[in-house]
Design a protein around this ligand. Structure first.
Ligand code: SF4
Length: 280
């Protein structure tokens, strides 16, 4: 059988094209409160946080980003609807703020076992999912599960603090299932092929929220001195780590929508044209 592949799609991209145009017309989602940062900025490199606080426009989502984000939003809606059926007092998308940051939660759910739960849901590709639960393409990873991203933990920690929660539960949903053959070989149950959850008690998330708040306060101080902060991110052990937009090994920079601006501003703590920073 012969076929001719069209690298320029004819039909299949049209809905995404429409979504991208709609997103552009709608603009950035309004912030929950007038704070320098959004919860979703948590854990980002200090320089990226600074650009966000200064209101710099990042690059819009590309086609792949629009697809993944759209699927994520759809799954969130389904998940919230199903939770509400079983936990009628659950609340979703509540806007809150802490000193430096604001945003919306995915869910607040009262439970007997975990108390008041801050629920956060993340959808992700198969590789990210496998890593989070400690799997490689061939079996269990020697290093064990990586767990949720630091940015997810910090974003959840702010939400948990602002909503007076006891426990954080982060759900991961894979957009690509672990194969049946592999699941059988490593004795993985059916749900775990696509879904896993992480339970984080207050004694872990509370210090993390305090540390991130302290870091964000220092970034605002630096901006108020008229300087951009050094590009420093938070690693998976909550340690600060230097990042470099010129170096491909830093994934943060690969996905950063301020990369061009950052490269042009240069390393260190360059002076920027000062405007008043909103301190919330
Ligand atoms: S490109 Fe890298 S160093 Fe620059 S703001 Fe983005 S994450 Fe930070």
């Amino acid at each position: 059988m012969t076929y001719k592949e069209s690298r320029v799609p004819i039909f299949s991209h049209l809905w995404l094209e429409d979504q991208m145009a709609e997103n552009e017309a709608r603009g950035k989602k309004p912030q929950a409160f007038d704070t320098p940062f959004r919860y979703s900025d948590s854990g980002k490199c200090a320089r990226a946080l600074a650009y966000s606080a200064l209101g710099y426009e990042g690059e819009p989502f590309d086609a792949a980003g629009t697809l993944v984000t759209g699927l994520g939003t759809y799954i969130h809606e389904l998940a919230q609807e199903a939770i509400l059926k079983r936990y009628p007092n659950a609340k979703f998308e509540i806007p809150t703020r802490v000193a430096t940051s604001s945003g919306h939660c995915d869910g607040i759910i009262e439970t007997e076992e975990y108390g008041r739960v801050l629920y956060e849901l993340k959808t992700m590709n198969g590789t990210a999912y496998r890593r989070s639960m400690g799997l490689t393409t061939s079996g269990w990873a020697k290093a064990g599960p990586e767990g949720p991203r630091i940015s997810t933990i910090l974003q959840s920690a702010f939400n948990a603090q602002a909503n007076d929660c006891d426990t954080i539960i982060i759900g991961h949903i894979a957009l690509e299932a672990i194969g049946k053959g592999m699941a059988k070989r490593i004795d993985l149950d059916e749900w775990s092929r696509i879904i896993t959850e992480f339970v984080i008690p207050k004694k872990i998330w509370e210090p993390a929220a305090d540390q991130e708040m302290n870091r964000q306060s220092k970034i605002i101080e630096k901006l108020n001195e008229g300087r951009l902060p050094k590009p420093v991110a938070v690693d998976k052990d909550f340690e600060l780590v230097d990042v470099d937009p010129h170096n491909e090994k830093f994934w943060q920079c690969g996905y950063c929508s301020y990369r061009d601006q950052c490269v042009s501003d240069g390393p260190g703590e360059p002076v920027y044209i000062r405007e008043e920073i909103n301190n919330g």
